[in-house]
Design a binder for this molecule. Structure first.
Ligand code: GLC
Length: 538
């Protein structure tokens, strides 16, 4: 299949497929996915029609937080392979026309990173400690944490150092697990180190970076208590002492200068959980990061007003800084779409409709592995299998994120549904996942996989994604309908309880209705929880 030559940077309208390495495909049979497995699976992704892959961390790590506790930023964890296999993966991806985006984890390192080990061995106030955020405790004995900040995974965000200075033990900050100490981004060595890490992977040919916890790097030096001043919704709020502080932007400007020194269209995508779309837009100003995940859209419930507001706010805020929007329905941190939209048949229908809605919007779109198979959240994992630190740190109050990380099914007839040659799987797969396996869906024209494939191909050929080429305009078709035009093309989603009529004569080029498996349909109405792509007769 030949592809049109792109006229704008690829990342402005790309479909990016998120590969979660430990659950994508296991080549060596130890039950954990690996880089070799990803190489084997690339053909399926090229066939799906995506433009790029984003790989979650595969660096050496004690794996306390599934690789987001990095102990060496310039290596591959033996669990996943080695640098030579990574180079092969980049070459094989590029040969298939797929770009490669890797994860950069700058807010914290692993407690096993040589820097942190040295910091523990060094005295309070030493240069080794100044790369992290060590502070004396409160109270006469210093035995109370320096402030009331809480870890995202539950419990206090501070842990007291034992060993070297047992009496005057300092505390160190960790916004996530205690094994993930936060770095001090006012420290020149920290800044220089990460610029060098960027160069290391750019030199190996990567096309971009996903920036983990981009809104967390800067902390209020006064480290004031939160004192209940901020809601604990998980989204950052302005004025917060450790989320979304203005100082983070200086870091991103310096990274942009590094990236711009390289040939080709390389890019950044920020993970920044922010409540305010205008604040998010600051991360994608022209001299900072290129794109940022749009969690506003992901968090919207299946409701016309909410979805419409999410789209409006996103488009307005991004237009103000000339950056393209991104659209995300799921990732490795959130409940899978089918389940979030109600589960069962209804959840599945809505997930199909949401996917077509997403692919019709202007900007780039992200697909989390398994989303194209319509995998639901696995809600009944045995407690003993759960690995996410959230589960244990909240004493089981929160189930954690394992349910969206279960290894994906490839082949109905094989052990572990083809995930692993030995049938091993680091999280158990539900018994009925063979029904959702890729090979079965390939043979079924009404499958979710086919819908994704057609939508991605049509999106390209219709030019819906071409920025500027097809202006976005809402169409008012009643309170239950979300409809907009992109040039000569209309996307219409019916969220109401009764079917709605198409707005006039024309051709339905794609429908999310599982009953309408054909490329075109003569139906003149759109059923509940269905999106159609429609070309009105001029
Ligand atoms: C991001 C990652 C998440 C990880 C956290 C800490 O939110 O997506 O998986 O646990 O950062 O690094």
């Amino acid at each position: 299949m030949s592809r049109p030559i792109p006229t704008t940077p690829w990342w402005r309208d790309a479909v990016v497929y998120q590969v979660y390495p430990r659950s994508f495909r296991d080549h060596d049979g130890d039950g954990v996915g690996d880089l070799r497995g990803i190489v084997e699976g690339l053909g399926a992704l090229a066939e799906l029609g995506v433009d790029a892959i984003w790989l979650n961390p595969f660096y050496p790590s004690p794996q306390v937080d599934a690789g987001y506790d990095v102990s060496d930023h310039r290596e591959v964890d033996p669990l996943f392979g080695d640098l030579a296999t990574f180079d092969e993966l980049v070459a094989a991806s590029h040969a298939l026309g797929l770009r490669v985006v890797v994860d950069l984890v700058p807010n914290h390192t692993s407690d096993q990173h040589p820097w942190f080990r040295r910091a523990l061995a060094a005295a309070p106030g030493s240069p080794e400690r100044q790369r992290y955020l060590f502070r004396p405790g409160r109270g006469a004995l210093g035995d109370r944490p320096p402030n009331d900040w809480q870890s995202v995974f539950g419990g206090p965000a501070w842990t007291r150092v034992r060993g070297h200075d047992p009496t005057a033990g300092e505390w160190y900050l960790h916004l996530f697990a205690p094994q993930q100490p936060d770095l001090d981004w006012t420290n020149a060595e920290v800044r220089a180190e990460y610029e060098d890490v960027l160069r290391f992977w750019l030199d190996r040919g990567v096309d971009g970076f996903r920036i983990d916890v981009a809104h967390g790097l800067a902390k209020d030096p006064g480290m004031p208590d939160l004192s209940g001043r901020f809601a604990t919704s998980g989204l950052a709020h302005s004025g917060h002492p450790h989320w979304d502080r203005d100082e983070v932007h200086e870091v991103f400007r310096s990274w942009r200068r590094v990236l711009d020194g390289y040939p080709g269209d390389r890019m950044f995508v920020a993970e920044a959980y922010l409540a305010d779309a205008m604040r998010l837009a600051r991360y994608v100003r022209s001299d900072e990061l290129h794109t940022a995940f749009n969690f506003r859209f992901l968090m919207a419930t299946w409701d016309v007003a909410e979805l419409r507001a999410a789209v409006d706010e996103t488009l307005t805020s991004h237009a103000a800084v000339g950056a393209p929007a991104t659209w995300v329905l799921s990732n490795h941190d959130v409940v899978r779409t089918v389940t979030r939209y109600g589960g069962g048949v209804a959840g599945h229908r809505r997930a199909r409709a949401a996917a077509l809605l997403m692919f019709a919007l202007p900007g780039s779109a992200y697909v989390y592995q398994g989303e194209e198979l319509g995998l639901p959240e696995v809600v009944d994992l045995p407690d003993s299998a759960r690995q996410d630190p959230t589960y244990r740190r909240t004493g089981g109050a929160l189930p954690g994120r394992d349910g969206c990380r279960v290894p994906i099914p490839w082949d109905a007839e094989r052990p572990a549904c083809g995930f692993s040659p030995t049938g091993a799987s680091w999280l158990p797969q539900p018994k009925d996942w063979s029904l959702l396996s890729r090979d079965r869906q390939q043979r079924d024209g009404s499958s979710m996989l086919h819908l994704y494939r057609r939508a991605i191909a049509l999106r390209r050929s219709l030019g819906t994604a071409a920025p500027g080429a097809a202006p976005f305009e809402w169409l008012d078709l009643g309170p239950d309908v979300l409809a907009f035009s992109r040039g000569s093309f209309v996307s219409l989603t019916n969220l109401g309880p009764t079917p709605v009529r198409l707005p006039g004569p024309g051709e339905v080029v794609l429908s999310s209705d599982p009953a309408a498996s054909d490329r075109t349909t003569s139906e003149r109405t759109v059923a509940t929880d269905v999106t159609v792509w429609f070309e009105p007769t001029a």
